[in-house]
Design a protein around this ligand. Structure first.
Ligand code: PLP
Length: 392
């Protein structure tokens, strides 16, 4: 046989190029003059001297890797101390860290749902929750976005005894907020459990950055479980499930992404702990992110967001791609979300505010965004591409 078994990859690649959907990696320089509106380093702590020193110190103390699964050699006293600190911060009884936020979501959902149970997930839930649904083998229902009545109906009509409801607190693409109070009411009324992904909530929403669950007064409830990432406001890497002691014990016994994965690296634990310490010392950081996000939204001519995420929908994938490249060429790094990350026809620039943006940087952002968005929105199909170059 003389057939290239992977020849179809080239056809797919060609189709993606013509749809403006090809993705490319762009390696950053260690030091760059570009303004960052693309990362999730919301509090600007990933290079903070205390955070860096804590990561280095953790490496000197514990070594470069955790050396094993959490159940074998991968748990240090630093892991356990940090779990308790993070749980206390968000108002949960207990915490358990995972290698990533993705793994935390897969772990908790698959450990709590299976054949014979129902999982209801918001239509805007993060990809890691979507994959968790698929892996769980439970019956899965997707509820319309932020629709607590629909969730109520789906839970009430179920024949299964056990049910979970999954949602982001702050949705990653649009930056909008889930109706957590209403969701919890219907979840409780139907004897289910609510799992809230606070990846974009912690550090930004709630008192001193304690998250949206705390902000709406739901922290510490036995039928509500928080998942988190350490890779955004906490400037490190890793994930966590923040829950009751009972749930934590069950995850240690049965969450496959906990048991069959190497423990979180000591450097990540050290960095996240230091970032959490800084957030405790400066509880206004989250407020500064929201102020900057509101200013960026004004510049971009879009509604004020409730989070760090400013979403500027431009429509076609190619238009968003060109605009992102044009920003980059002018020294402004922005995110660009295209299908499948967002629905067809809603490709967008995704701008993330940071607490440490300076007034001078805001002036540059106003200039660059003003020019680029005016051109992108002019929508002249004959116009020259704004720029060519790296993909978003
Ligand atoms: C809402 C949400 N949940 C989970 C994750 C996954 O977290 P991590 O990057 O730590 O795997 C992300 C990250 O990108 C996210 O935006």
């Amino acid at each position: 046989m003389n057939i290239d078994p992977l020849g179809w990859l080239d056809e797919r690649a060609t189709a993606r190029v013509s749809a403006g959907l090809r993705r490319e990696l762009r390696a950053r320089e260690a030091r760059s003059a570009a303004i960052d509106l693309a990362s999730n380093d919301y509090l600007g702590l990933s290079r903070h001297p205390e955070v860096v020193a804590a990561a280095v110190d953790a490496v000197r103390t514990w070594g470069t890797g955790s050396t094993g699964s959490r159940l074998v050699t991968g748990t240090t006293t630093a892991h356990e101390e940090f779990e308790a600190e993070l749980a206390e911060f968000v108002g949960a009884e207990a915490g358990l860290v995972f290698a990533t936020g993705y793994a935390a979501n897969l772990g908790v959902v698959t450990a709590l749902a299976g054949r014979g149970s129902l999982v209801v997930s918001d239509a805007g839930s993060h990809a890691s929750l979507v994959d968790a649904c698929r892996l769980s083998r439970a019956r899965v229902e997707i509820a319309p976005h932020c629709d607590a009545e629909a969730v109520d109906r789906l839970l009430a009509e179920r024949t299964e005894e056990r049910a979970l409801m999954l949602t982001d607190s702050v949705f990653s693409a649009d930056g909008d907020l889930a109706p957590l109070t209403e969701l919890h009411q219907v979840v409780r009324a139907n004897g289910a459990v609510l799992i809230v992904d606070e990846a974009h909530g912690i550090g930004v929403r709630g008192d001193g950055g304690r998250g949206l669950v705390q902000e709406v007064g739901l922290a510490g409830l036995p039928d509500l479980i928080i998942t988190a990432t350490l890779s955004k406001a906490l400037a490190a890497q890793g994930g966590a499930v923040l829950s009751s002691e009972r749930v934590r014990a069950h995850l240690i016994d049965s969450a496959r992404t906990f048991i069959f994965d190497t423990g979180l690296a000591p450097a990540a634990v050290g960095a996240a702990r230091a970032a959490l310490g800084l957030l405790r010392r400066d509880p206004e950081m989250g407020g500064r992110v929201l102020t900057r996000a509101a200013q960026i939204a004004r510049i971009a001519g879009v509604p004020q967001p409730d989070s760090a995420v400013v979403s500027v929908v431009l429509g076609k994938a190619q238009v968003a791609y060109d605009a992102a490249c044009a920003c980059r060429e002018r020294g402004l790094n922005v995110g660009c979300f295209r299908p499948p990350s967002v629905p067809e026809g809603t490709s967008r620039l995704r701008l993330t505010a940071r607490a440490d943006l300076t007034d001078a940087e805001m002036d540059s952002i106003a200039t660059v965004l003003g020019e680029v968005l005016a051109q992108a929105r002019a929508g002249d199909p004959q116009r020259e591409p704004l720029a060519t170059g790296a993909s978003a």
